[in-house]
Every structure is written in C-alpha cells, then in structure tokens.
Design a binder for this molecule. Structure first.
Ligand code: NAD
Ligand code: TYD
Length: 374
C-alpha cells in the first residue's frame, strides 16, 4: 500500500488519473491537491470525495507551508505532479502565471518532497513523477525523426519554456540531492473532461452550438494524439517500473494535421445526428440538425498562433522496450468515443463554458481575422 499525492487532480489528465489510480490501487491512500483554477472541475470526483475514497485539498503548490503539512500528515511515498498552467494560447496572452505555477510551484513541491523523504529515510522507496510535455523539444519539420528522450530542448512558447524549466529543476534535484524522480514527456492528450479551450473539445462544442470552427493558419500543423486513458496507464507504469532519474516519452502514434482532425469531428457529428433524430432537437443550432447540411460549413481559417509549432511526434520506443508499455487506442475510435462523451455530458460542458470562458473566447479569437487556406 502506498500513500500518493496527485497534484492538479481536478484538471483534465488529473481527474482521469485519479480514477485510473483508484481502480488499479484501491487500497492506497490518495490525496489530491488542486488550486481550482478556471481549468479545474471536481464534478467527476465528488462521489470519491464523499465516500472518502480520496482526500481533496484545495491549495496552491506554491504554498510551501501547505505542501510541508500535507507531506507530514500523509507520508506520501508517491507523487504524481500534474498541476500546471497548460494552455499555449493563454501563455502567449499572459505568461506570468505559467512561470509562477510551472516553475516556482514545481520547485516548492520538489523541496517539500525532498525534505519529507530525507527526514523519514524514504529516499530509497519513494517516487516523484513529473508529468511534462513534448513541446519542450520544439517543432519538427515534415520529414524529421520523432522526438526521442535525447532530443535537444528548444521550447518556443512561454508554456513550453516554463515546462522545460520545470524539467530542468527536476533533473537537478535528482543529480544534486538524490531525489528519486522520473520525468515523462507526452504528446497531445484528448478524451473525457478536457477543458473546451483545447482544440478537440472546442471544435465539438462550437459545432453543436453552430459557432465558427477557428483553425489557425492553414491547418497543416501536426499533433501526435494520445488518448488520456493510454496516457494514464503509461504514467502508472512509469512511476512503478521506470528507472529513477530517467525520462520516458509517451506518444499515441497518431499523427494528424488540424484540418483532418476538425474534418473528422465534423463528419462524426454529421453521422451521429443522421443516426439519432433526437440530437437535432437538443442542438438546433448545429448545422447537422438540418438534413443534408454538414458541420464542415462552420470551418474558418483564422490568423495563426504566433510561434506556432509545425509538428510534434513522439518516439516511444524506450517506454515499450524498457517497461513493455504500448499506447494502443487508435485515433479514429478514440475520437468517436470522445465526441459521444461530449454529446452525453452537456451539463458538464455548459457549466465549464459559462462566465470567464466566454471572456477568454472573446480575448483569444475576437481579433483574429479570416485567412485563405490552401
Ligand atoms: P489542465 O489545465 O486541465 O489541469 C491543470 C490543473 O492544475 C487544474 O486543475 C488547475 O486548477 C491545477 N493548477 C494550476 N495551477 C495550480 C497551482 N498553482 N497549484 C495547484 N494546482 C494548480 O491540464 P492537463 O491537460 O490536465 O495537464 C496536466 C499536466 O500534463 C500538465 O503538467 C501539462 O503540462 C501536462 N501535459 C498535458 C498535455 C495535454 O495534452 N493536455 C500534454 C502534455 C503534457
Ligand atoms: P491545443 O489544443 O491548444 O494544444 P497544443 O497547442 O498544446 O498543441 O492546439 C492543438 C493544435 O490545434 C495546435 O496546432 C493549435 C491548433 N488550434 C487551432 O487551430 N484552433 C484553435 O482554436 C485551437 C485551440 C488550437
């Protein structure tokens, strides 16, 4: 039995990891700490909190006294660190919060773990898993080999730079103080509970509401899509079986350009509406609600993101060779399930897309103009 701290457990990947961990390790003590920023939502955790299957602490990882108290009280032997500011466009609009949480927050957590594990003689049995991103490696050209663990760091956005800085801090705590930490760098996740500021949920929800589908630039940018369930399985494998001090890349093996992703979301919605006439009554503004019309009519090519990375792709050979772990959710079925999840969870995304979300949409998209795509 372990005592595990999951930071950012009310975020997208965090919520999925909490459920996956609870299923895989029912006897463990599981504590979630989350500052409950705009990106957080505890709806899916309510029943676990209510029946005390998990303990939830609302708090900021930069709060050194709180981190120390949590470590003293719960004697964690596992930390899965996911708390972060995670959206590239927000980091372009306002980078400060990214440095605060991703760099200073990670430092505060590393320090709390080190102090606790040193004073409890736990350095030889504890594990600190730092969850990071492939964006630290920068951008690939079309024919380049995929990112491996030895690819140089070349972050291009303030988000990626802040994650790169946090990776370097973790590495330094391993080398200098012997902290038993591991790092994972993964590709773009998708699946249930993803905040609708990110590409896939944004396009699904905009299409249902009959709003424009804003593709940046010409839509040729490529991401390597990883289903969040695959990611969580890989994280659990790395924290238990990975070698301390090592980095493991996690990718879905699903490279797709943004045009294709958005087109497929539209086609999936068109088919769902054709198969189920009740959807037209629930979402009358969606073009697919009218016979013979397609969500594709909403696609707009708009001003590109500054510094927009062209392509990410992950070489996950090390994860497979060392830990025997392979991510295997194929993108087309994972995307269909995800579209179905958002169709079924209207209450969830209506709550998340009220208030401050609308301000963000105005701020990020209001001044983008239409561009001609090829
Ligand atoms: P998310 O934005 O959905 O969730 C982040 C969570 O962290 C939120 O619940 C938020 O309230 C919490 N948080 C933010 N600042 C905090 C602070 N100072 N103290 C405590 N909690 C705080 O992000 P996500 O998509 O779930 O990503 C989780 C991790 O995975 C991040 O570290 C991110 O960099 C990394 N990652 C995500 C992706 C992806 O595609 N989503 C890809 C690669 C890496
Ligand atoms: P995003 O989900 O923000 O993830 P990341 O920037 O971490 O890759 O974006 C995924 C891709 O989709 C990226 O190439 C930017 C593009 N994109 C759009 O074209 N339009 C949008 O409205 C958003 C949010 C993203």
């Amino acid at each position: 039995m372990q005592s595990i701290l999951i930071t950012g457990g009310a975020g997208f990947i965090g919520q999925n990891l909490v459920h996956a961990w609870r299923m895989a390790h029912p006897a463990d003590r599981l504590v979630v700490v989350d500052a409950m920023t705009y990106a957080a939502n505890v709806r899916s955790l309510q029943s676990l909190i209510a029946d005390k299957s998990i303990l939830f602490a609302k708090g900021d990882i930069r709060d050194a006294a709180l981190m120390r108290r949590l470590f003293e009280e719960h004697r964690f032997t596992r930390v899965a660190h996911l708390a972060a500011e995670s959206h590239v466009d927000r980091s372009i609009a306002d980078p400060e919060a990214f440095l605060q949480t991703n760099v200073l927050g990670t430092f505060s957590l590393l320090k709390a773990a080190l102090d606790s594990w040193r004073s409890n003689d736990a350095l030889d049995r504890a594990r600190f898993l730092h969850v990071s991103t492939d964006e630290v490696y920068g951008s690939l050209a079309s024919g380049d080999p995929a990112f491996s663990e030895s690819s140089p760091y070349r972050p291009n956005s303030p988000y990626a730079a802040s994650k790169a800085a946090s990776d370097h801090l973790v590495r330094s705590f391993v080398a200098t103080y012997g902290l038993p930490a591991l790092i994972t760098n993964c590709s773009n996740n998708y699946g249930p509970y993803q905040h609708p500021e990110k590409l896939i949920p944004l396009m699904i929800i905009h299409a249902l509401e009959g709003k424009p589908l804003p593709i940046y630039g010409d839509g040729s940018n490529i991401r390597d899509w990883l289903h969040v369930s695959d990611h969580c399985e890989a994280l659990m494998s790395v924290i238990e079986k990975g070698r301390v001090g090592e980095t493991y890349n996690i990718g879905g093996g699903n490279e797709r350009n943004n045009r294709d992703v958005v087109g497929r979301i539209c086609d999936t919605l068109d088919s769902a509406f054709a198969a189920d006439p009740r959807l037209a009554a629930r979402f009358p503004s969606c073009p697919a609600a009218a016979a013979g019309h397609s969500c594709r009519s909403l696609i707009r090519y708009v001003t590109d993101r500054p510094g927009h990375d062209h392509r990410y792709a992950i070489d996950a050979t090390k994860l497979a060779d060392e830990l025997g772990h392979r991510c295997d959710v194929d993108f087309e079925s994972g995307l269909s399930q995800t579209v179905r999840w958002y169709l079924d969870q209207e209450d969830w995304w209506r709550e998340v897309t009220s208030g401050a979300y609308r301000d963000w949409i105005d701020k990020n998209y209001g001044s983008r103009t239409a561009v001609n795509a090829i």
